[in-house]
Design a protein around this ligand. Structure first.
Ligand SMILES: Nc1ncnc2c1ncn2[C@@H]1O[C@H](COP(=O)(O)OP(=O)(O)OP(=O)(O)O)[C@@H](O)[C@H]1O
Length: 326
């Protein structure tokens, strides 16, 4: 087996970030594209050192003419590598990017549950991270959207999604596939410039590279990495203050102490209120909902908000903001 700098890098990343341990069951999500091929080859090469149980999962969205051929291609690779292959097919064509992503994570979780895999692993790269950061920045988002693609996130109580390639760029995975003659399945929809994602990848990033900074992808990915740690810290601190400001027991999150909240910086006031609203509203709170609740921290006695979705209204009663379900 040829050992390359990318093998060394991924091995270091797995150790340093404690992504997996020895002897674990890893389900690798392989589309057939260059990133996931690079991922599975690296994991197969590291497998003897770690004694993992590897398998490949492929999701057929049934939205391209070559979907079936793509799935067969990935299945053949799994057969050649002597590892199990699991296929999930969409019942009806999944035709928007967001629905496709949701369906895919659902399908991967189902395979992992059925076959007892602790980890689902995807080939997201630093380039994906840079693109996600730009995409969310353009759409308008707080720091939470800019932290863009975390190293790990739970899919269920027992299954974790892991993205070990977040420090590797798409040009590196391309070079790796080329060096090892890995048969990439070219996804024709990646060329479709109707999708904003593809325009970011094919037009915006190359423009930024030529006109602003040749390492723009790595720089943006590092920004996402820094923001991730900051968001985590702020969320934990906000959680602490939510518990401090809220009455204990059954009415937790329904009565909040204004004297405590007043001492906090605005960034934490907003996060506390967002966490409270996430607990009590039937849907995700938006910017306006959070601002209305923050305004009550300093508003005159008996001020109140319009009803939030689900019918709850917030009202000031002396030192307290009370949530009232009318
Ligand atoms: N149809 C699929 N089946 C299984 N896994 C998939 C599929 N599509 C995407 N993934 C997983 O999600 C990751 C990111 O998806 P994305 O759509 O950005 O990748 P892609 O461009 O289709 O393919 P690749 O990342 O393999 O080059 C992939 O690296 C792969 O691990």
């Amino acid at each position: 087996m040829t050992w390359t700098p990318l093998h060394a890098k991924i091995q270091r990343t797995i150790h340093r970030r404690h992504l997996f341990e020895r002897d674990q069951r890893l389900l690798v999500a392989v589309s057939g594209g260059q990133d996931s091929l690079c991922l599975i080859k690296l994991l197969l090469d590291l497998q003897p050192k770690w004694a993992w149980n590897l398998a490949i999962a492929h999701c057929d969205h049934c939205w391209r003419e070559d979907s079936q051929a793509n799935a067969d291609h990935v299945e053949n690779l799994a057969r050649n590598w002597h590892i199990p292959f699991y296929l999930e097919m969409a019942n009806e064509p999944v035709n928007s990017e967001a629905t496709a992503r949701n369906w895919r994570y659902h399908a991967l979780t189902k395979i992992a549950q059925t076959h007892h895999y602790q980890y689902v692993i995807t080939g997201h790269t630093a380039s994906d991270r840079a693109e996600t950061l730009l995409y969310n920045l353009i759409r308008g988002t707080g720091a939470d959207g800019l932290q863009a693609l975390t190293w790990q996130r739970p899919l269920t109580d027992h299954i974790i999604l892991v993205r070990p390639l977040l420090e590797i760029t798409r040009s590196q995975t391309e070079q790796f596939c080329h060096d090892f003659n890995l048969p990439i399945w070219e996804d024709s929809t990646n060329q479709n410039l109707q999708y904003p994602r593809n325009r970011i990848r094919q037009e915006l990033i190359p423009y930024l590279k030529v006109n602003f900074h040749s390492q723009v992808e790595t720089n943006l990915a590092q920004t996402a990495e820094l923001l991730q740690a900051e968001v985590e810290y702020l969320e934990q601190t906000a959680h602490h203050w939510r518990l401090e400001a809220s009455v204990k027991g059954e009415k937790q999150d329904l009565q909040l102490n204004r004297q405590i909240l007043k001492t906090l910086p605005l960034a934490l006031q907003r996060r506390v209120m967002r966490q409270v609203l996430q607990k009590i509203l039937p849907e995700s709170p938006n910017f306006e909902h959070i601002e209305k609740l923050v305004a009550l921290i300093t508003a005159p006695n008996r001020s109140q908000t319009d009803p939030f979705p689900g019918g709850v209204t917030a009202i000031v009663q002396g030192d307290w903001i009370c949530m009232i379900d009318r």
